[in-house]
Design a protein around this ligand. Structure first.
Ligand SMILES: [Mg+2]
Length: 252
């Protein structure tokens, strides 16, 4: 019997390209303006200092060359910005950059410039599941803070209250079955009482390996169009919980 539905975000409840085409370009465009507030914003100043520490430790040849060419010691705000833009362009991971992006997104959501678009079937179906007493949870690679921001500022308003649990990759990678086992433990249920919904077949494989039921969410705009052998739903309302529960009982 399914007691918890665990949902991915990008490609499942929200178009994949919102992140790549809207959120990341927004952060890149507003990076300069954000860094310029360092004198009045202690948090930005601390993140800038953190970026400098990461830069001093960065063994990438371009990063090293850029550092050796800085005129100011420690590097100026402008010079740190160039370094951060280099990280963005080369798609490098950086804790300070990730936190700066989170802060820029927060400001964008608060000002109303950023609104996350949900697929039109999502809200209605989440409410219907909640009415049936199902617990809803999020598992996405964006940080929990970013997940909450996204769901607090959707085209259907703040829907954060639909979810009781939030998980990000601090619980573990999304392609690792252990992550799903940990999530079930944290939810206080058996893995086979959880239904995981995602647009990524590898994530569905990992969840199933841990014992969860799975549904592959096939949206027309998604990159992944091959569900493998997972049940498929083009919309969340296509998911038939009774059928999943019956299949479970028959397996016993
Ligand atoms: Mg996804």
């Amino acid at each position: 019997m399914i007691r918890v539905i665990l949902l991915d975000i990008e490609g499942t409840t929200c178009p994949v390209d919102f992140v790549s085409q809207t959120l990341f370009p927004f952060a890149q465009k507003n990076l300069n303006a954000a860094l310029m507030t360092r004198s009045s914003d202690a948090e930005i100043d601390a993140l800038l200092q953190e970026a400098i520490i990461e830069w001093l430790d960065d063994s990438d040849p371009t990063s090293k060359r850029m550092l050796s060419q800085t005129i100011q010691k420690p590097p100026s705000t402008r010079e740190v910005e160039d370094y951060l833009q280099h990280l963005i362009q080369s798609d490098r991971k950086s804790t300070s950059l990730k936190e700066l992006q989170g802060k820029i997104w927060e400001q964008g959501y608060l000002s109303g410039e950023l609104i996350s678009p949900l697929f039109s079937d999502v809200c209605k179906q989440l409410d219907s599941w909640k009415c049936k007493g199902i617990t809803l949870a999020v598992y996405s690679s964006g940080s929990i803070q970013a997940q909450k921001l996204l769901y607090a500022h959707t085209n259907e308003g703040d829907i954060t209250d639909r979810f009781d649990y939030w998980f990000d990759t601090r619980t573990g990678p999304k392609l690792d079955h252990q992550s799903y086992t940990s999530i079930a433990q944290k939810l206080g249920v058996q893995s086979n009482q959880v239904l995981f919904i995602s647009d990524h077949p590898g994530e569905c494989d990992a969840a199933r390996q841990s014992g969860m039921s799975t549904v592959f969410c096939l949206r027309a705009s998604n990159q992944h169009q091959d569900p493998g052998d997972h049940a498929v739903a083009e919309q969340l309302c296509d998911i038939d919980l009774e059928k999943i529960n019956t299949a479970h009982n028959n397996q016993r």
